[in-house]
Design a protein around this ligand. Structure first.
Ligand code: GLY
Length: 341
């Protein structure tokens, strides 16, 4: 096991590699007991963490950091998060997000259209309503009342191209029981021909200078999904869970299977029982594999967790999931361990 000083030295080198080559480094990740730390899913997490660090690095609150961090990705016009993302099968971008703080306050929006920063609407739900979750037109109405701009209903050029391509075959078989049919169109995340998995969500958890934890999660969900479909990302306990005594976890991948095991809550409870973040994430992944049996080969799910000691860990079903870490003097992309390589 690396001691903390050695890890920071290695991480400074890792930072350079991450910045220049964006290649994930593999290996054990030690704790960050002495200061703030932020972790987030996939390579987009590097930029998102920088957004969070603007706040954490100045001694700010983890809640503000996790909102600001994922807003960077929401604004970035990528395939899977924010208004630039791929649409549902009817051609509309629908967004899901949630946020949770150190007091177990939480807010969530789902099936939200034409609003650039769903995570910020989720925070307003948390702070300005007696509720946890608003969906669809009600969430949009609330956002407008709160001063958010209703954006134009128009696909980004890359999403339009992806949608036009998808329409050529429209290979989506609407199913009531996904489990039995085993086919629900393009999965989230998508596996490239190279065998790598494309990211689908940004989930972020952070610890601030006071040792308080918060988290956020935001996505457009599965590309070309059935209209109205929600995954795990806006569901507290599935796509995100924070417990300021035990730790915080976020999930990415096939949302249906994260929901099935209340994934992020499960990981946090396992950390409470004394498991390291990586061991807790692995146990939750194994639980999904036990349920899915041979179908687990066709899905990707990954968990990313941070405990109260500042220790970080992740685990995925398949190789290819990476996560970004930022702490004082540290910036790196780490390749998570997985069941299947
Ligand atoms: N994990 C994102 C989704 O399934 O919607």
């Amino acid at each position: 096991m690396l001691n903390r000083r050695k890890f920071i030295a290695l991480s400074a080198f890792g930072s350079l590699a991450a910045t220049i080559g964006r290649r994930a480094s593999a290996g054990h990740v030690a704790g960050f007991r002495k200061g703030p730390v932020v972790i987030s899913t996939w390579d987009a997490g590097i930029q998102a963490n920088r957004g969070a660090w603007e706040i954490l690095g100045k001694g700010g609150r983890a809640l503000d950091a996790v909102e600001a961090g994922v807003m960077v990705t929401e604004a970035s016009q990528n395939c899977c998060v924010g208004l630039g993302a791929n649409p549902d099968r009817d051609g509309f971008v629908t967004l899901d997000a949630c946020i949770m703080d150190e007091f177990a306050n939480c807010g969530s929006v789902a099936f939200l259209e034409r609003i650039k920063h769903p995570v910020s609407v989720a925070r307003r739900v948390m702070e300005k309503t007696p509720h946890v979750m608003l969906v669809g037109s009600g969430a949009q109405q609330f956002a407008i009342a709160e001063g958010f701009t209703l954006e134009e209903q128009k696909l980004s050029p890359s999403a339009q191209e992806a949608y036009d391509n998808w329409l050529k075959k429209s290979e989506y078989k609407p199913v009531i029981n996904i489990e039995n049919k085993g086919d629900h169109g393009p999965s989230a995340p998508v596996r490239f021909e190279s065998g790598e998995w494309n990211h689908d969500t940004i989930g972020m958890v952070a610890m601030d200078i006071k040792g308080n934890l918060s988290g956020s999660c935001t996505t457009s969900g599965m590309g070309f999904k059935m209209r109205g479909r929600l995954g795990d990302s806006p569901i507290i306990g599935a796509g995100l869970f924070v417990d300021n005594e035990a730790g915080a976890c976020t999930a990415t991948g096939q949302g249906e299977d994260v929901i099935r095991v209340a994934g992020s809550h499960t990981v946090v409870e396992l950390m409470r029982q004394g498991l390291s973040p990586e061991a807790a994430c692995k146990k939750a992944v194994e639980r999904i594999i036990r349920i899915k049996k041979e179908k687990a080969k066709d899905i990707q799910v990954a968990f990313l967790a941070l405990n109260k000691k500042g220790e970080v860990g992740a685990f995925a079903i398949h190789k290819g999931f990476s996560y970004a870490i930022k702490a004082e003097g540290v910036e790196k992309l780490v390749a998570a361990k997985s069941i299947f390589s």
